[in-house]
Design a protein around this ligand. Structure first.
Ligand code: ADP
Ligand code: ADP
Length: 218
């Protein structure tokens, strides 16, 4: 089963995807992490995407769709985090899934706009694997250092207030309509993403009885 994590920047999609990935057989595919890796490797896609990302704008659909067709070539049990973000992307994704005879379910992260700024300005990210922390809500044991790989955490350049505002506007305009898109198809479940991280995980897991455990401890 393909899971689509849908919600605004800061809703907790990446946090939950990493937790689910550790506990269940589902693997996370994050478009943001993929694009940042393309930028770090200076690929043609990375070079094209960077001005949009730095401006808090969505990267053009054709670039994203091409990247995801490649990434999803052998996907079966995945969490897609950050895609689709426009109706055009959702339609392209539907066509891809139909061709593979796969189905997808959207997990909608319901959250109030007013918590997002604090979540994003306090976010610290491991640039090597996309794992995130928060200075207050989920602090690492040593400030600025990842608990697991011991490497440095960074603040993403687009996690500054003025760019966050632009990203939230892009979300409202282009991505929020997807909640109704998946709802109409009867393919959306909602979780209360205002709750504490562990409570959100419990809600996601309860809503998805089909998740296959990997055997790792919770
Ligand atoms: P998204 O992938 O949806 O943009 P993240 O998972 O990166 O969101 O979370 C954004 C920030 O909020 C991170 O700093 C993360 O530690 C923090 N966070 C995530 N979930 C919660 C939660 N349920 N309560 C409080 N803070 C959270
Ligand atoms: P967040 O976790 O805060 O929601 P992401 O890491 O998912 O942010 O995305 C960072 C940036 O990458 C976005 O602001 C956008 O420029 C670009 N991006 C990521 N996914 C997509 C997508 N599906 N379509 C267009 N642009 C995207």
């Amino acid at each position: 089963m393909i899971l689509i994590f849908l919600g605004p920047p800061g809703a907790g999609k990446g946090t939950q995807a990493k937790i689910i990935e550790e506990r269940f057989a589902h693997r996370q595919i994050s478009t943001g992490d993929l694009l940042r890796a393309h930028r770090a490797n200076k690929t043609a896609l990375g070079l094209e995407a960077q001005s949009y990302m730095d401006a808090g704008k969505l990267v053009p659909d054709d670039l994203i769709i091409r990247m995801m067709e490649h990434e999803l070539a052998n996907a079966k049990d995945v969490i897609v985090d950050g895609f689709p973000r426009t109706v055009a992307q959702a339609e392209a994704f539907d066509a891809l899934l139909a061709a593979k005879q796969l189905s997808a379910k959207a997990v909608v992260f319901d959250v109030d706009q007013n918590v997002l700024m604090a979540r994003l300005t306090g976010r610290w990210t491991n640039p090597r694997n996309g794992r995130v922390y928060h200075t207050i809500f989920n602090p690492p044991r040593v400030p600025g250092i990842d608990d697991e790989d011991g490497g440095e955490l960074i603040q993403r350049p687009d996690d500054k207030a003025e760019t966050i505002e632009k990203r939230l506007r892009e979300y409202e305009e282009k991505t929020a309509p997807l909640i109704a898109y998946y709802g109409r198809a009867g393919n959306a479940i909602h979780v209360n993403a205002l709750a504490d991280i562990a409570v959100v995980t419990d809600e996601v897991v309860k809503a998805l009885p089909g998740l296959a455990p990997t055997g790792h401890a919770a």
